[in-house]
Design a protein around this ligand. Structure first.
Ligand SMILES: Nc1ncnc2c1ncn2[C@@H]1O[C@H](COP(=O)(O)OP(=O)(O)OP(=O)(O)O)[C@@H](O)[C@H]1O
Ligand SMILES: [Mg+2]
Length: 277
């Protein structure tokens, strides 16, 4: 099966599923002063889908999520959520509409307890109804949070803080959950646990998930569709099963260990392949 490897080609596949898209990002461009961080980015997310965006340091993943969530205004392009344009809206309004970001680095309130942090998430709910029941559901998905309910969040481990950040976002009753590198600083075991729980939430509730990651192996094995970003652009897109078989993905994201095992020859091959085919 062919997969698109250029921005233009990926846009054509995305266009094909635009009709049932819950989130549609078109030709998005964001700058920090004179620095162009993302350019011409097209992303589609269907209802109930689980999509991952992969990319190395500085590829523009955080900028993409922050622009979608209204933290940064785009210079060009559009973001449509449930058919309505949301680019330019404040982040709290975007969250109230059901598009909720779990930011990079967790950012929990360290002096508040686990339960208080979760209740903070409920401020962004469209309706206060169901908040108590949702808190119980969060505790079912993350039993460790239940056990540490009264503990200050600052005393939780990194993995537990990531769970709390996700739990707090869930308290806002999202239709789409945006996750910025949940694996950051976590052991492979904890990363797998977090992805397993997010996958369960996706399957049990039909909530759409968009996760940006550097840990390509776990993201591609959990999500259904993937995009790969490099230097602010989408350079490849397709079903994760197909991306997993792509030579460039294997070399850059999955094959680092084997390339190193090949010694110098492997390293040279790594350096040589700088462009996506
Ligand atoms: N506040 C900022 N001011 C200026 N440049 C920025 C700012 N934030 C990010 N950048 C630049 O924008 C580009 C994209 O950064 P971004 O943080 O979106 O990448 P990323 O893919 O999330 O990287 P990482 O995997 O390290 O989190 C980089 O070149 C970065 O240096
Ligand atoms: Mg980032």
């Amino acid at each position: 099966m062919n997969i698109p490897t250029t921005p233009a080609a990926s846009a054509s596949i995305e266009g094909a599923c635009a009709a049932n898209a819950i989130l549609s990002v078109r030709n998005l461009e964001t700058w920090y002063g004179p620095i162009s961080a993302i350019k011409g980015v097209n992303i589609e997310l269907s209802k109930g889908d689980f999509v991952t965006v992969l990319g190395a340091n500085g590829a523009g993943k955080t900028t993409l999520l922050n622009t979608i969530a209204g933290v940064i205004d785009p210079f060009k392009g559009s973001v449509h959520f449930m058919g309505e344009a949301i680019d330019g809206l404040d982040p709290d309004e975007v969250a109230r509409r059901g598009l909720v970001l779990v930011p990079e680095g967790r950012q929990v309130f360290p002096f508040l307890s686990v339960a208080e942090n979760l209740r903070m998430g409920a401020f962004a709910r469209r309706s206060p109804d169901g908040a108590a029941a949702d808190m119980q559901r969060v505790y079912q998905w993350f039993p460790r949070l239940h056990e540490r309910e009264q503990q200050p969040a600052g005393l939780l481990s990194g993995g537990e803080q990531q769970m709390l950040a996700i739990g707090r976002a869930l308290m806002a009753d999202p239709s789409v959950l945006l996750l910025d590198e949940p694996s950051l600083g976590l052991s492979p075991l904890l990363t797998r646990e977090i992805f397993r729980i997010v996958d369960r939430i996706n399957q049990e509730t039909g909530m759409s998930i968009l996760v940006v990651e550097q840990n390509a192996a776990i993201a591609l094995h959990t999500a259904r569709h993937g995009y790969i970003m490099e230097l602010g652009r989408v350079v490849a897109a397709g079903p994760c099963q197909v991306l997993l078989e792509k030579e460039d993905v294997k070399d850059f994201y999955l094959g680092a260990a084997s390339a190193q095992a090949e010694g110098d020859q492997g390293k040279q091959r790594w350096r040589r392949r700088k462009t996506w085919r």
